[in-house]
Design a binder for this molecule. Structure first.
Ligand code: PHE
Length: 336
C-alpha cells in the first residue's frame, strides 16, 4: 500500500509544475498500480480498488486545477511576437465564429443606432485636431483658465489629440448652415476617441470615447433637449428613468447643465442614487456666430458625454481600465 502513497505524492508534485498535466495519467507507475488488482485475492480487491479510485479522483481534480491556472498564465503572458504554438499548448483565444467586436464598439454602434433612428446624422470625430477647434471656436477666450480643465495633450507641432468631441461642433455647424437657410435643421452626433492627460484610476482613463449631439433650428428649446436625452437613456437602458439637471459651466453653452439619471434598481441602484451622465446646454450665441450662423434667427442645443460610463453602468463593470487593457478574461465575458 506504501506504493499508492508514494505515487500520489510523486504525481501531485509533477502535475503542479507540468505544462501538459493530463499526460501524467499515462505514466507507467499508475498502470502498475492498476495491474496489482489482478494479483490480489478477491476479498482484498474492494479495499484496494477504492483507494485507487480515490487516487484517480484526486489526480483528476489536481489536473483540472493545473489546467485552469495554465490557461490564466497563457492569457497573462501572450507574447504577440511569438510563433502560434510556442509553448506547445493552444493559446486561450476567442473563437473567431463568436465574433471579435470589442464591447465598446458594440455599444457605440448601439448608441449611434438609437440617435440615427431619431433622425440624427452620425459623424466620427477626429483623433488629431487643433487649438482652434478644441478651444477658440468653442468660445474659450485665449489664456482662459477653463482651458486647463481639459488636461489636453499637445504634439510638438502644437496639434491636439482632442479632449472632447465638442471639437466637431464648429465643423458640423458650418456644414449645416445651408440646411438651416433652406428651412431645415441641423441634427448631428459625432462620436470617437478623446484623450486627456490625467492620472488614471478606476473611473479615469487617458483614452476614452465620447458621443456629442448638436441640434439647431429656428425654434430649438431646452425642453426638446431634455426630451431627446431622456428618450435616448430610456431606450438604451430599456426602462423608464428619473432624470435631473444642475447648472454647470462650459464656455460653449448658456445655460450649461449637468444631466443625471437615477441609477435603475435593476442595475443595483438605490432610490436617490444619481449618476451624472453628461454635460449639455443651449449653444452659446458666440459659437453659432463663429460658424456663420445668426444667433438672432437660430438657436440650438448640444450635449456630450463618455461612452464607457454608459457601458459600465449597463454591465456593472467596476473599472474603466478594463476597456483598453486587451485582457481576454474581460472580453470573453461579452461573448459567453
Ligand atoms: N465637451 C464637454 C465635456 O467633455 C461636454 C459638453 C458637450 C457640454 C456639449 C456641453 C455641451 O466636458
Amino acid at each position: 500500500m506504501q506504493n499508492i502513497d508514494d505515487t500520489r505524492k510523486d504525481l501531485l508534485a509533477r502535475i503542479a509544475v507540468s505544462d501538459a498535466p493530463r499526460e501524467l495519467l499515462k505514466v507507467p507507475e499508475l498502470k502498475q498500480l492498476y495491474d496489482v488488482i489482478k494479483t490480489l485475492a478477491p476479498e482484498e480487491r474492494g479495499a484496494y480498488g477504492k483507494q485507487i479510485n480515490e487516487l484517480k479522483l484526486l489526480l483528476e481534480s489536481a489536473i483540472t486545477e493545473r489546467e485552469s491556472s495554465l490557461e490564466d498564465l497563457a492569457v497573462e503572458s501572450i507574447d504577440i511576437s511569438a510563433p502560434w504554438d510556442v509553448n506547445g499548448r493552444p493559446l486561450n483565444l476567442l473563437p473567431t465564429e463568436q465574433g471579435t467586436q470589442h464591447p465598446l464598439t458594440l455599444e457605440l454602434e448601439n448608441v449611434i443606432n438609437i440617435f440615427t433612428r431619431m433622425g440624427f446624422e452620425a459623424i466620427e470625430s477626429r483623433q488629431i485636431d487643433d487649438d482652434d477647434h478644441m478651444f477658440a471656436t468653442l468660445n474659450f477666450p485665449a489664456n482662459h483658465p477653463a482651458r486647463d480643465g481639459y488636461d489636453t495633450f499637445r504634439t510638438e507641432e502644437n496639434f491636439i489629440p482632442p479632449a472632447h468631441t465638442s471639437t466637431m461642433q464648429n465643423r458640423i455647424l458650418k456644414a449645416g448652415k445651408s440646411k438651416l437657410e433652406a428651412g431645415g435643421q441641423i441634427a448631428s452626433i459625432s462620436y470617437g476617441r478623446v484623450f486627456r492627460n490625467e492620472d488614471i484610476d478606476a473611473t479615469h482613463e487617458h483614452t476614452f470615447y465620447q458621443c456629442e449631439g448638436i441640434f439647431v433650428s429656428s425654434t430649438a428649446t431646452l425642453g426638446q433637449m431634455l426630451g431627446t436625452l431622456r428618450s435616448f437613456f430610456e431606450t438604451y437602458y430599456g426602462q423608464s428613468l428619473k432624470i435631473k439637471t444642475q447648472p454647470a459651466y462650459f464656455p460653449f453653452v448658456e445655460p450649461g447643465l449637468e444631466f443625471a439619471i437615477e441609477k435603475p434598481a435593476a442595475l443595483g441602484g438605490k432610490p436617490g442614487e444619481w449618476l451624472e451622465m453628461l454635460g449639455c446646454g443651449m449653444i452659446h450665441p458666440n459659437v453659432l456666430s463663429m460658424a456663420g450662423i445668426d444667433p438672432q434667427k437660430y438657436r440650438g442645443f448640444a450635449w456630450g458625454g463618455g461612452i464607457e460610463r454608459l457601458v459600465m453602468l449597463k454591465y456593472g463593470i467596476e473599472d474603466i481600465r478594463h476597456f483598453e487593457s486587451g485582457k481576454l478574461q474581460f472580453l470573453r465575458k461579452f461573448y459567453e
